[in-house]
Design a protein around this ligand. Structure first.
Ligand SMILES: [Fe+2]
Length: 389
């Protein structure tokens, strides 16, 4: 029996090389007049905003800029951005950047129309009203934030990464332009690419998987695993950049409508306690967590091996599932994502913190979606195994 499930995506999605040049006309279609661009200084200095600003001016759409998103999003960024929005008399938001700029803008968009502070809406489906129009233009191929119903905002006073989920957080429009990712350095290409692959794999094996998201998962796994090495090897390989970004977009749609699972649950504490970037911490865990989880749903992991273009024809289901884990590990090794050891994570500190990290992981709720349920002791063991990779 198939339980009834909703499937949410932005009303408008534009994908393709050069898509960002359409931002002016797309803004006009929304009937808006002045936008606040949420971005960061690095992108401004790289000149990535130049063509976007030009397109807005040509369409006679006014804009102001908030470029204060210099780390992962915080409550303060949301407050500052909201203040800038009001001071400049804006009527829509435009996020240009990686997951941080986009997550910040998503939170501001709903705080224009809802009372109180963003902390009041921590958790799922707590936001009463839809936000103002928001167009997002991602500059990395990974987080999928341009299409998801989630935002993660850090409450710096309590040191808590708040997960906020609501269909009201889905942007009105996502303009996804692979040409904007050409300047991503190798390390960022690798980390964001593995984050996207993790989204697709976890959404596919999740106990919350649904037929609509399955299609996006398998396509994303094929696109990312088949093109990430090439995008990493030569950042100017436009075809590889296009296919990797399309995969990341599809993976975002998939996990927004299914869920993530144990890797993401375990990854957040690694980021919080050791300041490891999200994609990198996922990469340090994905191989060992796949090996651990595959007996929970070997058929699905065997299908992942096939999507990764492994030859599974003469293999049993379990052998093919094992091959998926091997294939994932090889990809991570090929694109040289550093291990926890290479990142300088202190083994004694990890051993000491592992019980707390395991509790934090379980509390996030994501491990409950895993095909093999993990006990606290098993999660501690997985952190230790990941360190030895
Ligand atoms: Fe992620």
């Amino acid at each position: 029996m198939l339980p009834a499930k909703a499937f949410h995506i932005p009303p408008v999605l534009i994908f393709g090389s050069g898509a960002s040049e359409r931002v002016g006309e797309e803004s006009r279609k929304l009937g808006v007049e002045k936008g606040l661009i949420i971005t960061d200084e690095v992108l401004i200095n790289l000149g990535i905003l130049d063509s976007i600003k030009r397109a807005l001016s040509q369409a006679k759409v006014q804009f102001a800029i908030y470029s204060g998103v210099f780390t992962e999003p915080t409550v303060e960024f949301v407050q500052e951005g909201l203040k800038t929005y009001k001071q400049n008399g804006c009527d829509f938001l435009l996020a240009v950047g990686g997951g941080s700029a986009i997550d910040t803008a998503k939170a501001i968009a709903v705080m224009v129309t809802n009372v109180g502070s963003i902390e009041d809406y921590m958790g799922l489906n707590k936001i009463p009203k839809g936000g103002i129009p928001l167009i997002v233009i991602p500059t990395t191929a990974g987080t999928g934030s341009e299409v998801t119903q989630f935002t993660i905002i850090t409450d710096t006073k309590r040191d808590v990464k708040m997960l906020i989920g609501s269909p009201f957080l889905i942007p009105q429009e996502a303009i996804v332009d692979p040409l904007l990712t050409l300047s991503m350095p190798r390390g960022l290409t690798a980390a964001t690419g593995i984050d996207a692959l993790t989204h697709a794999i976890e959404a596919y094996v999740s106990v919350k998987a649904q037929p609509m998201s399955d299609i996006f998962c398998l396509s994303a796994i094929e696109l990312i695993s088949g093109n990430l090495r090439q995008a990493w090897s030569n950042g100017n390989n436009i075809e590889a950049r296009e296919k990797t970004m399309l995969g990341a977009l599809q993976a975002g749609i998939a996990f927004s409508n299914s869920s993530v699972a144990l890797v993401h649950g375990m990854s957040r504490p690694v980021g919080a306690y050791f300041h490891v970037a999200h994609g990198v911490s996922n990469a340090t865990l994905l191989g060992v967590v796949t090996e651990f989880s595959l007996i929970g749903n070997p058929t699905r992991y065997a299908r992942i091996a096939k999507a990764m273009r492994e030859n599974v024809e003469r293999l049993t289901i379990l052998e093919a599932a094992d091959l998926a884990a091997k294939s994932i590990k090889r990809l991570i090794k090929d694109i040289k994502i550093p291990s926890l050891q290479q990142l300088g994570v202190d083994k004694a500190k990890l051993d000491k913190l592992a019980p707390q990290m395991a509790e934090d992981a379980i509390a996030s709720g994501s491990p409950a979606n895993n095909p093999r349920q993990a006990t606290k002791e098993e999660i501690i063991g997985l952190y230790k195994l990941a360190y030895l990779q």
